[in-house]
Design a protein around this ligand. Structure first.
Ligand SMILES: CC(=O)SCCNC(=O)CCNC(=O)[C@H](O)C(C)(C)COP(=O)(O)OP(=O)(O)OC[C@H]1O[C@@H](n2cnc3c(N)ncnc32)[C@H](O)[C@@H]1OP(=O)(O)O
Length: 226
């Protein structure tokens, strides 16, 4: 079960003080969450058709690794990968480590990546976020966020692999359901992985509180907005 968060962490109070001082990148290089959680996922439970059959523990290539996000992924192109999804902005190493530490402290962010270990490059990512509810007997609801595969690696099942990984992880962590928002053209992709549009309950609504900076360098040519 996810770590129980305290209200001080939720509000982000004193985060700066909680972060260890890093003199060089990777001096601790922690995982965001326990990587052993990925070893026992049963990919046979997923309706996804994976040909050849691959899993998080055995992604089919010796140079491919599915694992939790690490601090050193700042230097392995993680943010550049996200910029293929939406605008990232100018995220400094300090910003990245602060956000990483906050997510780790909360215990309910499961950012999961695929690394090409030959190039030390992050080539795929997806995030499982767990919401704590009073309804459903104080149940846990999962959200799927920020799914992306490096454009030169697409069409090789990596999108399915990373999405099924976090979908099964949510079930393993005790969530009663997992939900996502996506563009219409991706509905068949997620439907093939078991996600369904529920009749009368398939509208996504939102209110935006900020405008995306148009002059950021990472996402300057990307019109996708998450
Ligand atoms: C919840 C969210 O985060 S929604 C945001 C989703 N992410 C994005 O839009 C970012 C840009 N897109 C991507 O990174 C990738 O195209 C992904 C993640 C959507 C798919 O990654 P891939 O590695 O190419 O997917 P994969 O090889 O596993 O393909 C799975 C299937 O989905 C289909 N598919 C993949 N991308 C798309 C697309 N953009 N539109 C329609 N169908 C697609 C493929 O044709 C394939 O179908 P098949 O099994 O019948 O051959």
């Amino acid at each position: 079960m996810p770590h129980i968060i305290d209200s001080e962490n939720v509000l982000g109070v004193n985060f700066r003080e909680e972060i260890p001082q890093y003199t060089t990148m990777g001096s601790t290089d922690q995982y965001l969450y326990d990587p052993s959680l990925l070893n026992s996922l049963d990919f046979r439970k997923s309706p996804a058709i994976l040909k050849p059959f691959i899993t998080a523990a055995d992604p089919g290539e010796p140079w491919m690794k599915v694992r939790p996000l690490r601090e050193s992924d700042y230097d392995k192109g993680f943010l550049q990968l996200l910029s293929q999804l939406t605008a990232v902005g100018n995220v400094s190493r300090v910003d990245f480590l602060r956000t990483f530490a906050g997510m780790k402290a909360r215990g309910d962010y499961f950012v999961t990546v695929i690394e090409d270990t030959r190039k030390q490059l992050i080539i795929g990512a997806a995030t499982l976020v767990i919401e704590h509810k009073f309804i459903h007997d104080c149940g846990l609801k999962a959200r799927l966020e920020d799914v992306v595969v490096n454009d030169t690696y697409r069409g090789k099942q990596l999108g399915k692999l990373i999405t099924v990984t976090v979908t099964l992880l949510a079930q393993e962590l005790g969530c009663y359901k997992m939900a996502l928002e996506c563009k219409d053209k991706l509905i068949p992709f997620y439907a093939s992985l078991g996600y369904v549009l529920e009749p009368g309950n398939s509208n996504m609504m939102q209110i935006r509180y900020e405008t995306v900076k148009k002059n950021n360098t990472n996402g300057a040519h990307n019109t996708n907005i998450s």
